[in-house]
Design a protein around this ligand. Structure first.
Ligand code: SF4
Length: 348
């Protein structure tokens, strides 16, 4: 198994198993076990060819080494668990086990988008994740909560910047992990390549739900908050998103990190309403996570509620969502930042 390249992709695992004469049902048996849907097969599992069975111990060790939890913090109320995962080359990414049987996975180590309110954005991009490393985070999360049935691709990284691996992970999880298509949620700043790929997915393929990080209803406003907001203007992004939501028949989620004095004003919210009125969409307002060294502050609760009411009154489905486990360095990238400040070899 160590012959697999440093950036582990699911297709390399499949090739390796096929070299051991695994056919589709055997792949299914092994992959479902990896994703916590069946017991791990052993030498006595006669439904697998002997050549596959011989490979199982090495394969198991390899899969478990793809994303190893080395640091763990829990919310005070126990609702969320944040894991710092060490990859095989020592890079680390964050995975958050969320309430309501969901997990948030990372798609890159670091991120090149540079949202100004995000700790991960400060690190820049370290490297891509392989599709197997993305799936391995789900497998590890199911060891914390075996009931996980929803995956948000919303952790460190921008999925459209690692599109091939992310889409391979989506197909894999939807095929072997007992996840409904709608329960696999890609979160993106919006990128033409992403829409091209999603709109080209055939009927039988796993077609994920989509969340778009909007944060402002104008191109100028987005550029002020996002260093590299992608290659689409807001109007075109919303119109492509509308096409996708009608094709898959589930709404687009628009994410709006609420920042006091930046995007919580009457005019800005008015533009948001005009942009999304009548669309097959919903808005998640996320009061900004206040991190040390950042100038951004969240609006007070009554202001957040007033914005919510106004948007709802315009006929748009909207919610206020707190970012997960905020009391335990829940903002994206904070756990990794803390780990960087720790001595080497933190223990789980
Ligand atoms: S919020 Fe997401 S897209 Fe923006 S910098 Fe952070 S990880 Fe990247």
């Amino acid at each position: 198994m160590d012959a697999i390249p440093a950036l582990p992709q699911i297709q390399d695992l499949t090739r390796r198993l096929e070299c051991c004469r695994a056919k589709a049902p055997h792949l299914r048996r092994v992959y479902r076990a990896w994703l916590g849907r069946a017991a791990w097969p052993d030498e006595g599992t006669l439904s697998l060819p002997e050549t596959v069975r011989r490979e199982l111990p090495a394969l198991h060790g390899f899969l478990r080494s793809l994303a190893v939890p080395v640091l763990r913090t829990s919310a005070r109320d126990g609702s969320s668990v944040k894991l710092l995962m060490r990859l095989r080359d020592g890079q680390t990414v964050e995975t958050v086990v969320l309430p309501k049987d969901a997990v948030c996975v990372s798609t890159q180590a670091g991120c090149a988008v540079g949202c100004r309110f995000c700790m991960t954005g400060r690190f820049g991009l370290m490297r891509q994740l392989g599709s197997a490393e993305i799936a391995a985070q789900v497998a590890a999360a199911r060891e914390v909560n075996p009931g996980i049935r929803k995956v948000d691709f919303m952790g460190m990284g921008e999925p459209s910047h690692n599109l091939r691996a992310v889409l391979e992970a989506v197909q894999f999880l939807g095929t072997y992990g007992d996840f409904g298509h709608k329960s696999l949620m890609l979160s993106s700043i919006g990128d033409r390549r992403l829409f091209d790929a999603l709109l080209a997915l055939p009927e039988g393929a796993v077609r994920p739900a989509l969340a778009l990080s909007l944060h402002s209803a104008t191109d100028e406003g987005r550029r002020a908050l996002i260093a590299h907001p992608g290659n689409l203007q807001v109007a075109e992004m919303v119109s492509l998103a509308e096409r996708y939501s009608r094709a898959v028949r589930y709404p687009i989620q628009y994410e709006w990190v609420l920042i006091r004095g930046i995007n919580d004003g009457e005019e800005e919210i008015g533009r948001l309403i005009e942009l999304l009125r009548g669309r097959f969409a919903m808005v998640n307002f996320i009061p900004v996570n206040e991190v040390e060294g950042s100038p951004f502050r969240r609006p007070a609760k009554p202001e957040c509620l007033a914005i919510l009411e106004r948007v709802r009154a315009a006929g748009i489905v909207a919610k206020i969502r707190l970012s997960a486990a905020q009391d335990v360095e829940g903002g994206c990238g904070q756990l990794r930042a803390r780990a960087d400040a720790l001595p080497a070899s933190p223990s789980a």
